[in-house]
Ligand binder design. Structure first.
Ligand code: SME
Length: 160
């Protein structure tokens, strides 16, 4: 059973605890969909101002919607399109302070004002999907979150 967790505000302590939580869901599960589903749930809970947390996975040359928490979202994103497709094409995380200022941002929920997208990588570096999180606040995600979430998604490497 998921015990409610009070996440600390201080980022290093927050990410230590978050990683510990996520590690359980990666280590004790062999099914990708089950693990990604619980990751999206834990992430949504851990970031109280996030209104969407989930995954798009590379399939048939595009990103296809995977497990998520939040409102229904666009199901397919081309390489280079939106924030997710940009992270895939550039091979780099995207921290978007204000989605209104990101040309080509794909709006799924008009409540979203900032966003972070972190690529999922195979051991050889190839990208097999992205983690996407949206927030109702402008500037919610920081460089610390980029580093922290990049570290967290490494736990998913075994599902690549
Ligand atoms: N905003 C994303 C689309 C996915 S939703 O945020 C869930 C983008 O621009 O790629």
């Amino acid at each position: 059973m998921y015990a409610d967790v009070l996440y600390p505000a201080e980022k290093p302590a927050f990410y230590r605890l978050l990683r510990e939580q996520l590690e359980k869901y990666a280590a004790f599960e062999s099914d990708k969909w089950a693990a990604l589903s619980n990751f999206s749930s834990v992430l949504k809970i851990a970031f109280p101002r996030a209104n969407w947390a989930g995954f798009y996975l590379v399939s048939g040359g595009e990103l296809v919607l995977g497990p998520f928490q939040g409102r229904p979202a666009v199901t397919r994103i081309a390489r280079g399109a939106g924030v997710c497709g940009t992270a895939w094409r550039e091979g780099a995380s995207q921290v978007v302070e204000d989605v209104e200022c990101f040309a080509g941002h794909i709006a799924c929920d008009c409540a979203s004002h900032s966003e972070i997208v972190v690529p999922l990588r195979r051991p050889d570096g190839e990208i097999w999907g992205v983690l996407d999180m949206d927030s109702v606040d402008v500037g919610y995600f920081t460089r610390d979150d980029r580093a922290g979430l990049e570290d967290c998604v490494r736990l998913l490497e075994k599902f690549a």
